[in-house]
Design a protein around this ligand. Structure first.
Ligand code: NAD
Length: 510
């Protein structure tokens, strides 16, 4: 695997961050509670102050107060705020992408893509602000009308993960604001700087459009800050993105107070490669999905289920592709694989590789640490390709790093059994030119995931579709389609214009 040019220094990164934040109009609330770091060098950038209990109380109270005005603002006018946010995101796409690269280590093209996704969801939510449709239902009684109306829900608490530090916020926030909710955001403690920039731009959009200042509040800090949102009964919906471990804690706590939660948790995504697959297309799709974002997408391809007849050929092509992946500085336009987020992530990857080898797995490519001398605190690693004989406990678990396990199958039924035999259910795909196989994979007997694709990898969803997964992925749906319904409450209305009282189900009384 090839390396790219020398890494930037931590001082270079600080200069970049200051310049981007200045252009965006945001500043760093310096403090010493926690530190912003860059995985590019693995070193600290700035000390920051975390939100206190009083700050969280103030933010939720202010967002609740703002909700009382925002919920009665006509939805198309609410859309004007989202449109302005989208304009500001367009103006600052490059600055925001820089911050994402510095803090999450994404290569430039993917960081720009993340901001593009934010712009796209704003466009979507502006349209949505004129399309919050309810149904009219046929009444069984003469002179009656049944209707469904949708109302804003309240304060939405958004808890987000490090790996999509800005896009996940925008999926939630653009839609929630169009729906008439206000938002309190607790970003990942690993990515505070990009959240300061996003929150700053939204404040500016609110000023420019006359929206209440507190339609959005930001709370920096670790999970204890998130827990305040989880336990606060004024937070009507907690939309939490992160590990299944986090969701296991958040879901029951929100349910215990009868709040709503929308959980977007871990994945263990697989692709089936059938004998009829276009091999060039499959190799390209697989390498992007498995090694892109250094394996740190919830939708990263982690398991490849290949037909026995083509396994050796495909594996040798993948091995060749893996050995050519340029690893290094994510700002370098030749780099395809940036750093892992932390040394702990590298430890987790190496632990999984050691365990799977002990279970009979064979590492075909990658797995070694890179750039250890140039950046001893950073975690650069070669994406690993591992052939396994069976789906062991290590394969069935999500390791948030670039490991692709290769399994083989003989019949499509066997492939689908393997595919679905994991606790997670986020994304899936099949590479095939056989329409019957493709349709079977997409059918109720096929993939059990929230996302099922044909001839494209598992990652890189568009915002127009609903995003989310089943089983331990949490069941939430965000972004496009009718995911907006999670951010509103519906009321069923019966309107009697007959002048007579008629009871349902022919009940007679009085
Ligand atoms: P994480 O679970 O460590 O943290 C996510 C967020 O939850 C952070 O803001 C954290 O502070 C907060 N948090 C953690 N425990 C909490 C608690 N008990 N109460 C309240 N808040 C709490 O996840 P991460 O390492 O930042 O992100 C990687 C994980 O996120 C992977 O498992 C990945 O698959 C998943 N992910 C899922 C999706 C999806 O849409 N399904 C998207 C992105 C990431």
């Amino acid at each position: 695997m090839t390396g790219t040019t020398a890494l930037p220094t931590t001082d270079d990164l600080r200069t970049r961050v200051r310049a981007s934040l200045r252009r965006v109009g945001a500043s760093i609330p310096e403090g010493s509670d926690f530190r912003a770091r860059s995985p590019i060098t693995g070193e600290d950038l700035f000390g920051l102050g975390a939100a206190t209990a009083a700050d969280a109380e103030d933010a939720v109270a202010a967002a609740r107060e703002a909700f009382l005005t925002w919920r009665t603002t006509p939805a198309p006018r609410r859309g004007e705020l989202v449109r302005r946010l989208g304009e500001l995101l367009r103006d600052h796409q490059s600055d925001l992408a820089d911050l994402i690269t510095v803090e999450a280590g994404k290569i430039r093209s993917e960081a720009l893509g993340e901001v593009q996704e934010m712009i796209d969801i704003c466009d979507f939510a502006v349209g949505l602000s004129r399309q919050l449709y309810g149904r009219t239902i046929a009444s069984e009684r003469p002179g009656h009308r049944l209707a469904e109306t949708w109302h804003p829900l309240g304060v939405v608490g958004v808890i987000s993960a490090f790996n999509f530090p800005a896009a996940v916020w925008s999926w939630n926030t653009a839609v929630a604001l169009a729906c008439g909710d206000t938002v309190v955001w607790k970003p990942s403690e690993l990515t505070p700087l990009i959240s300061l920039a996003c929150a700053g731009l939204l404040s500016r959009a609110a000023r420019d459009t006359g929206a209440p200042r507190d339609v959005h509040r930001l709370l920096l800090g670790d999970r204890t800050v998130g827990e305040r949102l989880v336990d606060d009964p004024r937070v009507a919906l907690v939309s939490a993105t992160g590990s299944t471990r986090m969701g296991r804690e958040v879901g029951p706590r929100v349910a215990a107070r009868f709040g709503r939660s929308l959980l977007e948790l871990g994945g263990n995504n697989a692709a089936v490669v059938a004998p009829s697959a276009d091999p060039d297309l499959a190799v390209q799709g697989i390498v992007f999905a498995a090694a892109g974002t250094a394996g740190q997408r919830c939708t990263t391809l982690r398991r490849l289920i290949v037909h026995r007849d083509i396994a050796d050929t495909l594996v040798s092509r993948l091995t060749a592709a893996y050995t050519k992946l340029p690893i290094g500085d994510p700002f370098d336009e030749n780099t395809l694989v940036g750093p892992l987020i932390s040394a702990a992530a590298l430890d987790g990857m190496q632990d999984a590789l050691a365990r799977v080898q002990a279970q009979g797995g064979e590492i075909l490519a990658g797995g070694d640490r890179r750039l250890a001398e140039a950046a001893p605190r950073a975690a650069y690693v070669e994406p690993a390709l591992v052939r396994v004989g069976e789906q062991t406990d290590v394969v069935r678990r999500e390791t948030f790093a670039p490991i692709l396990y290769v399994l083989t199958y003989e019949t499509l039924e066997e492939a689908i059994t393997l595919h679905n035999d994991v606790p997670q259910g986020l994304s899936s795909s099949i590479f095939t030119r056989d329409q019957q196989e493709a349709e079977f994979f997409l059918s109720a007997e096929g993939s059990d995931c929230g996302i099922a694709n044909v001839n494209i990898g598992t990652s890189g969803a568009e915002i127009g579709g609903a995003f989310g997964g089943e089983k331990e992925t949490g069941g939430g749906r965000e972004s496009g389609s009718d995911a907006w319904r999670a951010y509103m409450r519906s009321a069923t209305n019966t309107i009697n214009y007959s002048g007579r009282l008629a009871l349902a189900q022919n009940v007679s009384f009085l």
